[in-house]
Design a protein around this ligand. Structure first.
Ligand code: ATP
Ligand code: MG
Length: 466
């Protein structure tokens, strides 16, 4: 009796504003034998969250990308839960629960286990905002999003049919409002509702379309693809921090090369990263640049697909390297000394990026560190190699240098030399350094070089690479 009463009180909340009932229809209930989701792929913590909410009398489901990935047989990288409990009600049920966000209020429930803490994102069913005047900007873009609604409405405001399925771990049933499961079988990515209207509401959905198509290998449905060519320019209105997050997700999806090709095919790359324009628009003359970026992205995809970490700073350092190299060479040709020429080029390269999606400062310092380490890999005598190995970001700089060797922008023998140097003991290292001294035509340490050839202080990148 008392528990029932408490449940009723908990469920009553003055913030709950149901909008007019929308004709969102009844969901298709898909039983286990049809969806074949393997319960072993579920996060125990996500199941704990749905159980706790259900025990307290609420509806709760695993939702969104996690259900899509589960249905594809992929282990989801994170789990979202949707419920009819309001954020306050959710917060009261969990010890480690934090209210996050203003435009889109959600609750983060954190679990501390053996490895990294796991955060389960819990969101309250949202209403459709068709008639909620003050929530929508003139362009149709949604500004605030905290009007609660029914599950059917919540499903209708999600982006793609395959992202709008709800899975109840207790009954192992999937609720499917928009034919997501049928689209999964057809390998189709289909926008819910009128695609043009949905892109106007949130232009980032165009980038999401490209990202999910690359990730799943699905085709964009014709009507979902068609408006993108005309509406792509709306991405200019999206705050740059959000664009940056979305591009980062795209680059870190494990399918970045496919996604970038997708951006190009959809005509969406212009103005996102000036560098993408540069790489994707230029022809055979920049083949070297293209090869380098392609290799760097393939390398990133491979790392992500095998569960290794990737630093965004490293990734951006690779994407901008061709541009930096061009600026560096131009500075050297003007007679600037090698190192100042590099640093000046780094400033220029970073400044050019600020005309499009700005690369956040926290990544900028990583990029600068990786770049400025590069000439140091060519000083392979005396104390230099030891000092370089001790620098805290050596591994990143080294991996970067190996990529340069793989495209032969830097002499591959240098990469091999470093691989040997790391693997051997002090005696072996001495031998390797002696070998450099005896290498015919190899560049001596810059200090000695300057003493010998006073007027020619500049060492252009190409000669350093030979
Ligand atoms: P990922 O694997 O990248 O996490 P995801 O589908 O889970 O993919 P999220 O950004 O985590 O993507 O979003 C979770 C869910 O929220 C989506 O599956 C979708 O249902 C909904 N969603 C997210 N962003 C939007 C958006 N811009 N418009 C409509 N629905 C969205
Ligand atoms: Mg997700």
């Amino acid at each position: 009796m008392i528990t029932k009463f408490i449940k009723r009180i908990l469920r009553r909340d003055p913030m709950v504003k149901h909008t007019q009932a929308n004709n969102t229809g009844a969901p298709k209930r898909i039983p286990k034998k049809a969806h074949r989701i393997d319960p072993h792929l579920l996060s125990k913590n996500a199941v704990k969250v749905t159980h706790t909410l259900q025990q307290a009398g609420f509806e709760a489901f695993i939702v969104g990308g996690a259900v899509r990935d589960l249905a594809l047989g992929i282990s989801p990288k994170d789990f979202d839960v949707a419920t009819n409990a309001t954020p306050d009600q959710v917060q009261r049920l969990f010890r480690k629960a934090r209210l996050i966000g203003r435009r889109f209020q959600i609750v983060h429930v954190t679990f501390f286990g053996k490895g990294h803490p796991e955060i389960i994102e819990v969101s309250t069913f949202r209403a459709l905002l068709d008639n909620a005047g003050d929530h929508v900007a003139e362009s149709g873009r949604i500004l605030r999003d905290n009007v609660w609604g029914s599950q059917g409405e919540d499903a209708a405001r999600r982006d793609f049919t395959i992202n709008a399925m709800y899975y109840d771990p207790s009954s192992e049933t999937v609720l499917d409002y928009h034919g997501g499961m049928a689209d999964m079988q057809k390998k189709t990515l289909r926008m819910i509702g009128d695609p043009a209207k949905r892109y106007r509401e949130d232009p980032v959905r165009m980038l999401r379309a490209v990202r999910f198509a690359a990730k799943t290998g699905f085709e964009l449905d014709g009507a979902t693809r068609a408006p993108i060519a005309k509406l792509g320019k709306l991405l200019n209105d999206v705050p740059s921090a959000r664009l940056f997050d979305e591009i980062l997700k795209l680059l870190m999806s494990g399918y970045s090369w496919a996604a970038i090709q997708g951006l190009k095919d959809a005509g969406l790359h212009h103005g996102l990263l000036p560098l993408l324009d540069h790489i994707l628009d230029t022809g055979a003359d920049s083949k070297g640049a293209n090869d380098f970026v392609k290799l760097a992205l393939a390398n990133t995809d491979e790392r992500i697909q095998s569960g290794k970490s990737v630093s965004a700073g490293f990734l951006f350092a690779t994407l901008l390297w061709p541009d930096l190299l061009k600026n560096w060479k131009a500075n050297s040709a003007k007679g600037m000394a090698n190192i100042p020429a590099l640093h000046d080029a780094m400033d220029d390269t970073i400044a050019t990026q600020s005309s499009g999606m700005t690369i956040q400062r926290r990544f900028e310092s990583d990029m600068r560190e990786i770049w400025s380490m590069q000439p140091r890999f060519e000083r392979r005598v005396g104390r230099y190699p030891y000092r370089l190995i001790e620098s805290p970001r050596f591994r990143a700089g080294y991996d970067f240098m190996l990529l340069r060797c793989a495209t032969e922008e830097l002499n591959p023998a240098i990469g091999q030399w470093w691989a040997d140097f790391i693997a051997t003991d002090v005696t072996g290292q001495d031998k390797l350094m002696a070998g450099v001294k005896n290498e015919s035509g190899s560049s001596p340490s810059p200090a000695k070089r300057r003493r010998r050839r006073k007027p020619k202080a500049a060492l252009p990148p190409e000669s350093a690479a030979s």
